[in-house]
Design a protein around this ligand. Structure first.
Ligand code: AVJ
Length: 366
């Protein structure tokens, strides 16, 4: 039933297995990734059979992975999280002042929602009540952050989606179209559906950069179709800079990022019976200046063959062979303006820190 226990248990509604609710009705949590375990197995098979080998970065965020990512955000080398928070803290009032009417807050990749209070507080001060719709692949992160926010903000209600972005946006557009039938979904439909409320969508933490350029377009296009004139999309992205400034953020001396990356092999071990010895792999962070992206890879230190029991396969690695586990694209302001234009948005305003390391961009449908 609940990891969330103590004062705020989330009960399971037996008739609707994918819908769980907070007894006070302030917390609805919908799991949309029904085929998740099967997807993971199929995606691992596909990625480790490919040449060059790859694993999809969304699988980095199991419970331990989400915690390791939170630890990365506390590292001095990972300037991104800190600088983005500074920008939001400095400009939240101005950002919210640009948007009219009562707003609801939609957040893609909410994770532990560390920065969301910077906007929640301004909105609660203005409208007293606020609906928050976080979307994240990590159920543990959504539950823990939701509980924390509900305790801190009595005026808040949450409809959370545990899903990848595609699944979540599809579900949201169904809700908005009023096609969601389930009883408890009525509240959620109210949260997302047609009312005088406008939407401020957040996509922070340079998470857009974990998508390939074509996927970035597709996601922003899908988001655009959910939004209406007067709504806003706030994007936080890391800006292009020399590799010497970037790489320490992705290869920290404590080895937290290495643990975050290697945890993907631990996850395959645990969930699929993959006999990985993580000591035989090493974390690599590279910058490809042409594509403007950081790559994380796992390098096999030795020639080895690793059986993966549940997949009935053996994976051969040459010494020095790498598995691509994440791309993290950097952006420049012109690129963001072009991305906005190509997906039906106007770039309204943007903010950066004094050193121009990180950018926060406000898009609006046009
Ligand atoms: C998920 C986009 C915030 O690409 O910077 C951190 C993930 N990978 N260190 C990023 C990550 C390695 C991160 N974001």
């Amino acid at each position: 039933m609940t990891k969330l226990s103590r004062n705020h248990s989330i009960a399971k509604v037996s008739a609707i297995p994918n819908l769980r609710y907070h007894p006070s009705q302030r917390f609805v949590l919908r799991r949309l990734d029904s085929g998740h375990a099967a997807d993971f197995a199929a995606d691992v098979r596909r990625g480790l059979s490919a040449s060059p080998k790859f694993l999809l970065s969304k699988y980095l965020y199991d419970e331990l992975g989400s915690r390791l990512f939170a630890a990365i955000c506390a590292l001095p080398e990972y300037y991104l999280a800190r600088v983005e928070s500074e920008i939001l803290a400095a400009h939240a009032g101005e950002i919210l002042g640009l948007l009219e009417g009562p707003l609801r807050l939609l957040e893609l990749g909410s994770g532990d929602a560390e920065k969301t209070p910077l906007l929640i507080e301004g909105l609660l001060a203005r409208q007293g009540q606020l609906r928050y719709l976080p979307i994240d692949i990590s159920e543990s992160a959504v539950e823990a952050s939701g509980e924390k926010l509900l305790l801190a903000y009595p005026g808040l209600s949450i409809t959370a989606f545990v899903a990848d972005y595609q699944e979540a946006l599809q579900a949201l557009s169904r809700l908005i179209a009023g096609a969601a039938g389930a009883a408890g979904a009525a509240g959620a439909a109210g949260a997302a559906g047609g009312s005088a409320e406008r939407t401020l969508a957040l996509f922070l933490g340079t998470t857009l950069g974990n998508l390939e350029p074509d996927e970035q377009h597709a996601l922003l296009g899908a988001l655009r179709r959910l939004l209406r004139p007067g709504d806003g999309l706030l994007l936080g992205v890391d800006l292009k800079k020399p590799a010497s400034l970037l790489l320490p953020a992705y290869d920290d001396p404590l080895g937290v990022t290495a643990a975050f990356n290697l945890n993907l092999l631990v996850r395959i071990h645990r969930e699929l019976g993959g006999e990985f010895d993580v000591r035989r792999f090493r974390h690599l962070a590279l910058y490809d200046p042409e594509r403007g992206r950081i790559e994380m890879r796992l390098e096999s230190r030795v020639a080895q063959t690793v059986p993966i029991r549940d997949l009935g396969m053996e994976v051969a690695f040459a010494a020095g062979e790498t598995v691509h586990t994440e791309s993290s694209y950097r952006f420049d302001p012109d690129q963001l303006a072009e991305l906005a234009r190509a997906t039906g948005f106007a770039l309204w305003r943007s903010w950066t820190d004094a050193e121009g390391r990180f950018g926060v961009f406000l898009f609006t449908p046009f």
